[in-house]
Design a protein around this ligand. Structure first.
Ligand code: NZQ
Ligand code: ZN
Length: 387
């Protein structure tokens, strides 16, 4: 195991009815709040009214930014920055999925920066001061509710880039699984796949002797495998939604990667696809990840054998390590298919005309990954396997 520091300061308020607490929480940070929402789901599900009621009860001054897009645009971030500056906002409150949360973090991180918000991504500007962010999560997927990262798209340059700052851990996140009952089936599935992908990125590692981290990761994966079927059969199964929500938060709050080298190639490879074709992140990961697994297998089968036997109960008797590993990878693909996820780029009508362009974007800042270090040609190969 490697040395590590671990400090995650986000306070979680988890469970039914916790939204009522939002006004009181916001008040701890000041009197002016910018409420950031997506394309309207929070209004349709009645959550918006509850949030506003709690903020009003606490005499807070409310400003709003709605219409944050899935794969949030830097143009929306700029709008939010303007609102914060004009109105002297004290806290940015994200109510929605990962896109709304990420846009809110970008707004909060760009407010005190004099240049353009896109510089945080393109120039890697270090954020020295940020507004506090609070979140009310409505979709289990990204883990953004308990991590310091955010991903934003720039349509003009066809880029999708991530940034992060310890200042942008949400101060608090309100997680009521009931708020996820209405997530449409396809986004529920994309969310589950995103959570599994986050675990894979941290699980498949060459760092030796990390049995606790491995079993935490396997615990999340086995839970997802079981709860995914329950939630697809009954979208209002509270416990299944709760377990998936907790899985999403725990998969990417820094805990399961302590003391380990991590990979993150597949996320870079997927982000390049959604930058160019604006597809959902989880849908892209469903296509890419099993192909990444096959492609990197030549760097060591041990971890894949462990994955196959512990997560998928593959019986290793009489089989080579490679056969056991491939069986686990096949079971991963079968699970994704069973949930109705896409399995090839063709499912999004994506052909082979921009593979080089996407691979160029995916490797613009250098090689990707650590389980196997991938250059542009490797990324093109993974795209070809995904056609
Ligand atoms: O926009 P609205 O109307 O709210 O509808 C959304 C959107 O259409 C809808 N939705 C959300 N909650 C709902 C709901 N519909 C009905 N009922 C509800 N309760 O679902 C759609 C997708 O929402 P979005 O926020 O885009 O999804 P997700 O949470 O998967 O976020 C995806 C974004 O997060 C980034 C992705 O790249 C992508 O841009 N990621 C962020 C990460 C992070 N900050 O750590 C890590 C991830 O790996 C990922 O890259
Ligand atoms: Zn992800």
């Amino acid at each position: 195991m490697n040395n590590f520091n671990f400090n995650n300061p986000t306070e979680l308020l988890f469970g039914k009815g916790k939204v009522k607490k939002v006004g009181k929480k916001v008040k701890e940070y000041g009197s002016k709040v910018l409420v950031v929402t997506g394309g309207g789901s929070v209004k349709r599900i009645g959550l918006y009214d509850k949030v506003i009621a709690s903020l009003e009860e606490n005499n807070l001054e409310i400003y709003e930014l709605s219409g944050i897009e899935p794969n949030p645009r830097v143009s929306s971030v700029r709008d939010g920055v303007k609102l914060c500056k004009e109105n002297d906002i004290d806290l940015v409150l994200a109510v929605g999925g990962g896109s709304t949360i990420d846009a809110s973090k970008a707004i909060a991180g760009a407010v005190f920066y004099d240049g353009d918000a896109w510089d945080l991504f393109a120039k890697g500007i270090i954020i020295e001061k940020a507004l506090p962010v609070g979140t009310i999560l409505t979709l289990a997927a990204t883990g953004s509710e308990m991590n310091p990262n955010f991903v934003v798209s720039n349509l003009e340059t066809e880029e999708k880039m991530g940034a992060g700052s310890p200042l942008l851990y949400p101060k608090f996140s309100i997680l009521d699984p009931v708020n996820t009952f209405t997530v449409p089936k396809e986004h529920t599935v994309y969310g589950i796949i995103d959570i599994a992908a986050h675990v894979f990125e941290q699980y498949f590692s060459h760092t030796e002797s990390t049995p606790i981290q491995d079993r935490w990761a396997e615990g999340i994966l086995v839970t997802l495998k079981e709860e995914s079927m329950k939630v697809l059969a009954n979208p209002e199964d509270y416990n299944a939604r709760a377990n998936i929500m907790l899985a999403g938060t725990m998969a990417l709050n820094g805990l399961i990667s302590i003391g380990k080298e991590t990979d993150w190639a597949s996320h870079g490879i997927e982000h390049a696809v959604s930058a160019v074709y604006d597809i959902p992140h989880g849908g892209g990961l469903a296509i890419i990840f099993p192909n990444w697994m096959k492609y990197v297998l030549d760097q060591g089968t041990d971890k894949f054998v462990q994955y196959s036997t512990r997560v998928w109960d593959v019986d290793p008797t009489g089989k080579s390590d490679k056969e056991v590993a491939l069986e686990g990878i096949e079971k991963t693909r079968e699970w994704f298919n069973k949930m109705g996820a896409p399995s090839s780029l063709a499912d999004y009508d994506i052909g082979n005309d921009k593979l080089e362009v996407m691979a160029e974007k995916a490797t613009a800042k250098g090689t990707r990954g650590s389980y196997k270090v991938l250059d542009k040609d490797d990324v093109v190969e993974i795209y070809k396997m995904s056609l």
